[in-house]
Ligand binder design. Structure first.
Ligand code: NAP
Length: 310
């Protein structure tokens, strides 16, 4: 067990955590950041990122995260490739555990993100970024004037389909039931959009591909059991996200979907515990908004430490 008490421990190395680290390091706080199971977060599963400002010709997700990590290290962050599995924020200093190792910190930034749910069908991992995606705002541009499908029946699916309909020639909206969770207004907007074709009740059973990527899908009509093949350039799964908030539950407020509720920008109900990025953002879920929130969390953590002489 280490006796060192960190000024700030950051959990999660996506854009939110790494930006928090850069700001905390430059404030002289010698932050420590824990990478968890997916160093770099969701961006490491994308290919080109064309909407992160500063990169005229875009940048690959893994490269952006590698550069952000190097930048955080250069200004004085200690990056540890360990996973925080347990926390106890009931007293100060705050306690965290990486396996059996106890870590003490005066402040914590939770930036553990959310994981996009996927269907779990064969090859979806291999084809991610090669025709398969979980984010229309991120990847829609690559399918300009092409044929795509969106799976899901909630607001995310309606939003993604409506967004893609403005870029793509044809959008199939595939849902497993003829009832939708989506709000009436968003459902109707999608239904009224000319180039969105609803396919219900259908389930996707197979991703068809060649060497370059996705070429189509097989779907099955759940009423008739009939199988159909659709040629496609893009396949978007919009079946919800799972925020990685479970271990923090007693010390933060969660909304109905498990997202941490931030108050006064990035504060949680526990003094010294701040939150940033997708874990607290069911709405925007963008790298740039996560980075912005990481900056806010670091500045608020710095003020907290100053105000409490820590
Ligand atoms: P959601 O409401 O949980 O909907 C998920 C959809 O995916 C459901 O229709 C579900 O089908 C389907 N689904 C789940 N697992 C599936 C599987 N294995 N195979 C096929 N289909 C599957 O998630 P969401 O749409 O991401 O929305 C989450 C929250 O964010 C909601 O509160 C929503 O209102 C909010 N949101 C708001 C906005 C906005 O206001 N602009 C935009 C996006 C999201 P079943 O219905 O059959 O279970």
């Amino acid at each position: 067990m280490s006796n060192e008490i960190h000024h700030v421990a950051i959990i999660g190395t996506g854009p939110a955590g790494l930006t928090a680290a850069i700001y905390a390091a430059r404030a002289g706080l010698n932050p420590v950041i824990y990478a968890g199971l997916q160093h770099g977060g969701q961006l490491t599963t994308t290919t080109d990122i064309e909407n992160f400002p500063g990169f005229e010709n875009g940048i690959s997700g893994p490269k952006l995260m590698a550069d952000m990590t190097a930048q955080a290290e250069r200004v004085g962050t200690k990056v540890l490739y360990e996973q925080i599995t347990k926390v106890d924020f009931s007293s100060s200093p705050l306690k965290l555990w990486s396996d059996d190792k106890e870590i003490l910190a005066h402040s914590v930034v939770i930036a553990t993100g959310a994981t996009a749910k996927t269907l779990g069908i064969e090859n979806e991992d291999v084809l991610m970024g090669k025709g398969v995606s979980t984010c229309a705002t991120c990847d829609g541009f690559f399918y300009k004037n092409k044929k795509v499908a969106v799976v899901g029946g909630g607001d995310s699916a309606m939003e993604e389909a409506t967004y893609l309909a403005k870029l793509c020639s044809e959008v199939y909206l595939i849902h497993r039931r003829d009832h939708f969770r989506a709000s009436k207004i968003m459902l109707e907007r999608a239904q009224k959009t000319e180039n969105i074709k609803f396919l219900v009740p259908y389930s996707t059973t197979e991703l068809l591909h060649d060497k370059t990527g996705l070429t189509g899908i097989k779907i099955v009509n759940l009423e008739t059991d009939q199988t159909e093949t659709i040629e496609l350039d893009g396949f978007f799964m919009a079946i919800g996200h799972q925020p990685n908030s479970q271990i923090f539950e007693p010390y933060v407020d969660l909304d109905d979907h498990g997202y941490i509720i931030a108050r006064n920008h990035t504060e949680t109900k526990t003094p010294g515990v701040f939150v940033a990025g997708d874990i607290a953002d069911p709405v925007f879920k963008q790298a740039i908004t996560a980075a912005g929130m990481g900056c806010q969390a670091a500045i608020q953590a710095t003020k907290y430490l100053e105000n409490n002489n820590l």
